[in-house]
Design a protein around this ligand. Structure first.
Ligand code: ADP
Ligand code: ZN
Length: 364
């Protein structure tokens, strides 16, 4: 039997992340975080038919709590002010009080949107994250960032609002499309790259089991990733320093995503796929600047390829246009391009004022 992994996130508002199979059916554990009588179960049109009933039944078996469901259309296009407003109205119509709890059942889109709704309703109510994508399990459900997009850019409106708890039920990954699973692996590899060289070796050895969705392997990889994120977030909850290391590969990735117009399911790369390309570009930039040796960058690329991820820049993207996007990245500090660069397996650093010519070279 696969054990349940538990990771504690410290800081002002500590909470626990639970990882393993069958957590969505553990009504007693879920209900422990509901203080009042109202639960708003937010999900999307793909995930709700698969998993909402399990959560509702598990809760009903342990408490007379009232559950109201609210589903958005699947996909990043739903992470809007309008969808946020719809959740506010749902909470109002439901008669939700200050002790109401929002359950976010789905991928990063649902988690960010529902988390932001919880942050704002009556100036902040409890939120429990029930991530169902690998990306959300290892990244967006942990750390308290919540947001919606504007036409002008992603995540421009949001709040820091840590969840009360996170339950990552690995059995939900069995229905996740292959492409989404592989994309999530990019963020898992990221933790090894920036913090844990031994994890890179472990991922290499366990790639087949992970792609076959073996519960033990997935739970171990998710728990180790969450432990790394939890450690960073506890030390730097508001990204004033080292939390920026989690953006390894992301300056390139955000530029690629923006240039492709967040095409996602269509022609363009999704977030994890763009991060895979971005990490290899960042590694090559680090090599060019004399930080990491070229062999490390090549091994990082082959590990990502073992997870079915492409590591070359999609054709048709103009290097100059990508560079212009990077100058606009909201994480770019004044005074030059700031990158997370790589020292080699397990170590990265924040480097301000990287010369644009070096960046252009790796994009050519
Ligand atoms: P992410 O977590 O990558 O940010 P989304 O929230 O957009 O992304 O989820 C990616 C897609 O996968 C969406 O279409 C969503 O409905 C779908 N999805 C999420 N979780 C599951 C699951 N466990 N099984 C099947 N489809 C899922
Ligand atoms: Zn990311």
């Amino acid at each position: 039997m696969t054990p349940i992994h538990r990771i504690d996130v410290g800081g002002d508002m500590p909470y626990r992340i639970h990882v393993g199979p069958g957590l969505l059916d553990d009504g007693a554990a879920l209900v422990a975080h509901v203080r009042g009588r109202h639960v708003l179960l937010a999900s999307d049109g793909n995930v709700a038919p698969l998993y909402a009933a399990r959560v509702i039944e598990a809760l009903a078996a342990h408490s007379p709590v009232r559950v109201h469901t609210s589903n958005i259309a699947p996909g990043e296009a739903s992470k809007t002010i309008d969808a946020f407003a719809a959740l506010m109205h749902a909470l109002a119509d439901f008669g939700a009080t200050r002790d109401a709890c929002v359950f976010a059942l789905g991928g990063g889109v649902v988690g960010d949107l529902a988390g932001f709704a919880a942050a704002c309703w009556m100036r902040g109510i409890d939120c429990v994250q029930l991530p169902t994508t690998l990306l959300a399990m290892v990244d967006s459900s942990v750390g308290g960032k919540t947001a919606v997009d504007l036409p002008q850019g992603k995540n421009l409106v949001g709040a820091f609002h840590p969840p009360r708890a996170v339950f990552a039920d690995t059995t939900t990954l069995r229905t996740l499309p292959d492409r989404e699973l592989r994309a999530g692996m990019a963020e898992v590899v990221k933790y090894g790259a920036i913090m844990d060289a031994a994890f890179l070796d472990w991922l290499d050895a366990n790639a087949t089991a992970l792609l076959e969705r073996d519960d033990d392997a997935l739970a171990a990889a998710i728990a180790r990733s969450c432990a790394h994120k939890a450690a960073i977030v506890a030390r730097d909850p508001r990204e004033q320093g080292e939390r920026a290391l989690l953006n390894f590969g992301h300056t390139f990735a955000h530029a690629i995503e923006a240039e492709q117009g967040y095409a996602g399911g269509g022609g363009g790369l999704n977030h994890g796929e763009a991060v895979a390309v971005g990490m290899v570009l960042a590694a090559r930039l680090s090599t060019a600047l004399g930080l990491a040796d070229a062999g490390h960058a090549m091994r990082l690329a082959s590990l990502l390829q073992a997870f079915g991820l492409d590591t070359t820049l999609p054709s048709g993207l103009d290097p100059g246009a990508l560079l212009a996007r990077m100058r606009l990245d909201k994480k770019a500090a004044a005074g030059g391009l700031r990158f997370i660069l790589w020292d080699g397996p397990g170590s990265a650093r924040i480097v301000p004022e990287v010369p644009e010519s070096a960046v252009l070279d790796v994009l050519q």
